[in-house]
Design a protein around this ligand. Sequence first.
Ligand SMILES: Cc1cc2nc3c(=O)[nH]c(=O)nc-3n(C[C@H](O)[C@H](O)[C@H](O)COP(=O)(O)O)c2cc1C
Length: 189
Amino acid sequence: MVDILPVLRSRQSRRDFNGVPPEPEKVACLLEAFRWAPSSNNRQPWRIIVVRSPEAHEKFNECLNEGNRQWATAAPMKMIILGNPEEQPERFGQQRYLLDVGLAIENLLIQGCELGLTAHAMAGWDEDTVLKTFNVPEPLRVAALFAVGYPGKLEDLHPDVQAKEKKPPSRKPLEEIVFWDEFGAAGKP
Ligand SMILES: Cc1cc2nc3c(=O)[nH]c(=O)nc-3n(C[C@H](O)[C@H](O)[C@H](O)COP(=O)(O)O)c2cc1C
């Protein structure tokens, strides 16, 4: 059997961090990976804010929902991923900028894993607070917040968070998501 790239299976959105900040060259590498994502018409409608100062970390933590505050505040590096809907306008009712930004997010996740980091995307935050707090101009929207760092120890996490971490990785079976020749039709490669 031809197997997938090992990083695709080994990557995990971990919630434990050892507190060591990623080295500047690794941060630069992550940003380069983000920049090289493909996008429709090569419009690159993404922007990123790297959270560095203690004040910015505090402000970032304020934007998180309760569940994410339980673990993401401890991440030594944080990022805010933004998308510009005007740079990649809606077409036939589809928000294409989000597709582009999603690809850039995946580059971050994969490159982070290759560098020995855990990069964890989050959807649990308050968008208005993020936009106001970080002086983001219109028409940009927040696509995801990121917590990044080296993996730490499960024991250091809040018990509720530990329970989430202990769940084994899982995916829907191929038969549920892949069809052949028409929607719903089963088949094999
Ligand atoms: C766009 C996006 C938003 C997510 N939001 C959150 C979140 O708010 N909080 C959280 O703990 N995990 C969040 N996750 C992580 C997912 O729960 C995780 O990717 C999924 O359970 C699969 O696990 P894995 O990434 O370890 O393979 C998010 C992931 C993505 C891609």
